[in-house]
Design a protein. Sequence first.
Length: 362
Amino acid sequence: MGRIQKKVPARARASHPTIATLAAHLGVSRSTVTHVLNGRAQEQRIRPETQKRVLDVAQELGYRSNASARAIRAGRYGSVALIQSQLGQYLPPELLCGLTTAIAAEDLHLVLTEVANVDATGESYVEHTMRQLSVDGVIMNRHGESAPPFLDRIRELRIPAIFLNAKLDFDCIYPDDLMGGRLAAEFLLRLGHERIAYVETELRCNPHYSERDRRTGYEQAMESAGLTPRVHQVPVGWRIPEDPSADRRVDAAIGLLASPHRPTAVIAYEQTEVMAVVHAAHLLQLRIPNDLSLIRFHNCIDDRSFMPIHTVSNNMRGVGEGAVKLLLQKIANPDQAFPAQVVPEALIEGATCLAPGASPSS
């Protein structure tokens, strides 16, 4: 006759059962329970009926595996941390989706934390984060460039770290904004535009690499076509205290669009710059796209302004997925420097570009 399984007492169901609890209740060895719960029942030749009994009782008792004990056995925590900078946060939905999808596919957990954007030689928050949060590696999402002392400290500590949206020589992944700048300009050149301007915000302290690369890509495409690049800047300090309704960014864009030989097309660094141009065009009664074509950089087509703007997409989902794959390689080989991964960008057509002088119906 088969072994009689004891009725699960209410007190056992209310507590936190362990492998020992299950083994005693079932009348089997701890190793048998361990093998079944760890998916090794077949290789240990445990009978199917015994496997079913173990799994049924584990579910009835509410057994949960001990993550800490499992981590000690495996030497891994099964978690990775995304470290966000307090300055210049950049975590669009597409990027987060790419990260979480790739992490879930590897049966890992994501821990999100935030730290100051500092580059002191002795900063230790990454090491502290790994200990406190019990993670196997970190994805660094920092604004601006990281100083050599900070990068050297990461390597000295053998911390598996991948830098996200940062342009370094290795252990990083970032969108190809140089390619993106060329894509935008070449698209407008093919439409027949020659007076193409690039609009950006005045350079700030420790700028992001994309500020340089997008502009450089545009300049390269213009020069290759035998045309003179035209870079126009809007101010960082845009408020006018004596006139709260005024905006120096719009004023700067008006200066561009009202100038002699005004551009017939504009490439904008980001949403802020493109909306300054849109506002200026409206005030000057310039029609988009009839009188002025527009392209901007973003994650995807964003029609919240009721105008689907032609967009160079930086493929943030691909960046997030690639970061997880690269981090797993780094965790497995913490002493190896992995070459930088560059994610191609793509132009997504909206409704803001036409050939010069063309109408939307042509």
